[in-house]
Design a protein around this ligand. Sequence first.
Ligand code: MG
Length: 292
Amino acid sequence: MTTEPNLIPSGATIEQLATGSTWAEGPLWIPDEGVVRWSDIPGDRIMLWDAATSEISVHRDAVEFTNGRMLDRDGSVVQCSHGRRRLEREMPDGTVTEIVSHWGEHRLNSPNDVALAPDGSYWFTDPDYGITQPREGHPGIREYGGCQVFRWSEAEGLTSVIDDMDRPNGIAFSPDGGTVYVTDTATAAGHGPGHWIRAYDVHGSEASGGRLFATIDAGVPDGIAVDVEGRVWSSAGDGIHVFSPEGAELLFIPAPEVVANLCFGGPEETDLFITATTSLYRIRTSTRAAQS
Ligand code: MG
């Protein structure tokens, strides 16, 4: 680990909490339940790790290939479903309902990850992995042609907010909501779009001023999380890379498996939970989640 003593308490190490997933994604800390919920996408199931007991269980199976998720302000979980090609809501009582599945007359591709904007709207990425990767969904075509980032709100419905990326994937807002970060997992060799984290200025319901924020050389940046000081914690093929709000790399935490996604949580919101290939890991930090 490179040195940034302010971010990781001395002696903290990356701990394996659970294993046995096929491709673990979409971690979310649910404070009311004291659990981490995550997706095993090819296993077509949602898993739970209980912080009080360390027990691992299957939350639900036959879930139509869920991926990323977020906690809404009412305590429900908003999640992406590759198989149903939609954004959906799971209530605390287990009821699952559709939020949005179409842009105009076209079906979405396969929503991948979702973030809550300060105005309460949901911003989500829509690459095509759920319709092109047989183990992650069902074969299909891109009905609207591209892979975009969308915004949904109850009042305004669905609008496209970012249309200049190849395979938008992870998404997170800065603490003040003025910037949205989006990773691109295009399969380009070398320093192509598949290694980029881009930043956009957010003005209400629109994003503009897209620019390169940081580059991940090892594998691709998939999921990302932003801490309370605006640092961006990114997944990568070799572990977790942490960037300052200006895009300078501050810290690298090696991981034993390819990292897909990460989130802050735990009793003090200071634990970083990491989904990495077959496993869920945790490392304690000296920061905490951005409250957006
Ligand atoms: Mg993803």
